[in-house]
Design a protein around this ligand. Structure first.
Ligand SMILES: Cc1ncc(COP(=O)(O)O)c(C=O)c1O
Length: 304
């Protein structure tokens, strides 16, 4: 998707002009995928702009960095403050936020620990990743021939730049085949997640999602859905599932910061149908939260 340019990007503690946010060709992360990042959203509401679960995203960034033994030069609090600063500097009311912590210029080779660690936060306006139509009526997905990697190949718990080549292979395969999104199986062949979203399957009134042992990234949207289910008395469980459980689901949906909550209308040409009542209920509550219309979840909104 094309990027909409804004005026400033935060780099290593300073606001720089958009065009000047450059890195050297020999930046370590460009060659070896040695970066960790986040995807966050800021929403415009009647009460102003908030960043949804900003601190939780920055904590996950810190955990991703820990897995790759990167010393973060900024604290979670500093990064949260920097995020608000760059949103304000660009005068944005709503936007997508991309913090990235990456191995910079100065070292080459596969032992990265001496390479510098740089940090940047970019923001830009970005609409529904899988389209408004997808959120409303659901999308068509394909189970990918590319598997999600297991924790002993690459840690799925880390949101690391290099790891996204896997998601990209799956996404391209699905889109080229005429579908909107890919669903990956885990290393053992069980359902895992979408190329950039967690997966939920509803059968007989029970919501199920693959556990972390099915090689998923522990999503912050998924965690929000877990809380909504708890609050609404909807039974939610983590469950190892096979693809036929998705083919025969009563309802199914994907969740992620970029995509938000997107129903699955069809998987591998098996019809699931228009979004069902449980999906709709979870969507309605989620959207009321991010629009700042649901006081029960006020602590998730970090005001700019
Ligand atoms: C592979 C993958 N799974 C799941 C998610 C959903 O996570 P979140 O809800 O925190 O955006 C993402 C997005 O970050 C992702 O890239």
């Amino acid at each position: 998707m094309p990027i909409t340019e804004v005026s400033k990007i935060w780099m290593n503690g300073q606001l720089v002009d958009w065009q000047d946010a450059q890195v050297h060709l020999l930046t370590h992360a460009l060659h070896y995928g040695s970066g960790v990042f986040e995807g966050i959203r800021a929403y415009d509401t009647r009460k102003g702009t908030h960043v949804f679960r900003l601190t939780d995203h920055m904590r996950r960034l810190e955990r991703s960095a820990k897995i790759y033994m990167m010393d973060m030069p900024f604290s979670v609090e500093e990064l949260a403050a920097a995020t608000k600063e760059v949103i304000r500097a660009n005068g944005l009311e709503s936007c997508y936020i991309r913090p990235i912590v990456y191995r910079g210029y100065g070292e080459m080779g596969l032992f990265p620990l001496k390479a510098p660690v740089d940090v940047a936060i970019a923001v830009w306006p970005w609409g529904a990743y899988l389209g408004d139509e997808g959120i409303e009526h659901g999308i068509r997905a394909k189970i990918s021939s590319f598997r999600r990697f297991g924790p002993n190949s690459m840690p799925p718990a880390a949101k690391a730049t290099g790891q996204y080549i896997n998601s990209s292979l799956a996404k391209v395969e699905a889109v080229k085949a005429g579908y909107e999104e890919a669903i990956l199986l885990d290393d053992s062949g069980n359902l895992s997640e979408g190329s950039g979203e967690n997966l939920f399957v509803v059968r007989n009134g029970v919501v199920a999602t693959p556990p972390s042992a099915s090689d998923v990234l522990e999503g912050i949207t998924a965690d929000t859905i877990a809380r909504i289910c708890r609050d609404e008395g909807i039974l939610l469980k983590e469950k190892v599932m096979v693809r036929s459980e998705l083919y025969t689901a009563d309802e199914a949906f994907l969740s992620g910061t970029a995509a938000e909550i997107v129903p699955l209308r069809e998987v591998d040409d098996r019809l699931i149908g228009e979004p069902g009542p449980i999906t709709r209920k979870i969507q309605d509550i989620f959207y009321s939260i991010i629009k700042g219309e649901n006081d029960r979840y006020e602590e998730y909104l970090e005001w700019v």
